[in-house]
Design a protein around this ligand. Structure first.
Ligand SMILES: [Zn+2]
Length: 119
């Protein structure tokens, strides 16, 4: 007897890593996150090249926080920046990096483009 085919939902997967400029950032899901005593949903460790995300976030919040931390990684990729960039200056410098990140990380684009956590 042949079993009927099982219908499976494909889960929209968070990419394991993303490439920003010269660096590959590992993405890790963690149970709890604190930055200087304050609870956080996500964190970028630029020295360790890691993006930490709170495991319990909803799909859309996870997407938002991953994009947020990706933008921090782009910010770190801009050389010789002062701590506070003018808006136009940041957008001008960030645009080519964001383009590179989107072009070289199809799994990130797929994940961020998915409205439901199931495909
Ligand atoms: Zn931030």
């Amino acid at each position: 007897m042949i079993d009927p085919p099982v219908t499976r939902c494909k889960v929209s997967k968070i990419p394991k890593e993303i490439k920003v400029g010269a660096h590959v950032y590992k993405i890790r899901l963690v149970a709890g996150l604190e930055e200087e005593g304050v609870k956080a949903n996500g964190m970028l460790d630029s020295d360790a090249c890691e993006i930490l995300l709170l495991r319990s976030l909803t799909h859309t919040k996870m997407q938002e926080i991953l994009l947020h931390e990706t933008l921090h990684a782009i910010f770190y990729a801009i050389p010789n920046k002062s701590n506070i960039l003018e808006e136009e200056e940041f957008v001008t410098h960030a645009s080519p990096h964001l383009l590179q990140v989107l072009q070289e990380n199809p799994k990130l684009v797929e994940y961020l483009s998915t409205k439901s956590s199931f495909l």
